[in-house]
Design a protein. Sequence first.
Length: 266
Amino acid sequence: MYKIAFAIITVMLLSACGGGGSTATVGTGGTGGTGGTGAVKVMPLNDTGIVFGGNYPNGNNSTCIGETIAAQDCSYGRDAQATAGTLVKVGGGNAGFDFTKLDANGQPLANQSQSYVAQPWSCVKDNHTGLIWEVKTPPGSGGIHDSSNTYRWGGKTAQIKSGQSYGTRYSDWDTLVDGSNSAGLCGFTDWRIPTISELETIIIMDQTATTIDPQYFPFVLLSMYWSSSPNASDSVSAWLVSFNDGISGLDSRSRIDGVRLVRSAQ
């Protein structure tokens, strides 16, 4: 319920700032150096990843049992199907998530169970949403994909209507966007900064330490990651997500945080 409601709110925000067209859909993304242009595709959302049930008046269980369990999150959706063994996946991943590791050419790794050290991969495909995500390299490794790189908000593909600045913008992440597209990361040249609703699709709400699957997304900075979505209420802040606790929020565009690129399904 949280992700669905938040995605709808995000669409409203993007429309207000010129980031999306008139179609009320999620999964929008800007092209070129500015915001989105026209109608976009509907993007399915992942489930929450919650596979445990809560007790009354307090406490949680390790499995999907508990007070009025039929009304709880773990009893519904892809996560419940995964727990029951009825969910068919293309790849793997926690609960209802379905990821595939891709090499530098965008091809699935022959052995999906290998560690990054044994067989590095460059991208991850979400087989449910269709989104393809950048995978960071080890901290201190150098280059544009180094997981220790940080940025201020507002560079290319930020969701700002073409021809408008709407407050202070920083070009910090342009090197990452341009470099990934010029090099054809994983065989693609349409990499961009994800919207807030897209970033939330890879959050696993069942976890408390790192709320993104480390088996597919290694070298995660335990800090906030920028989205391309500005705050519709002012011109000084934008939306970001914490991969430490899964919480989304607004902060100053001058804040230094991480970025993870995405590209849309075809």
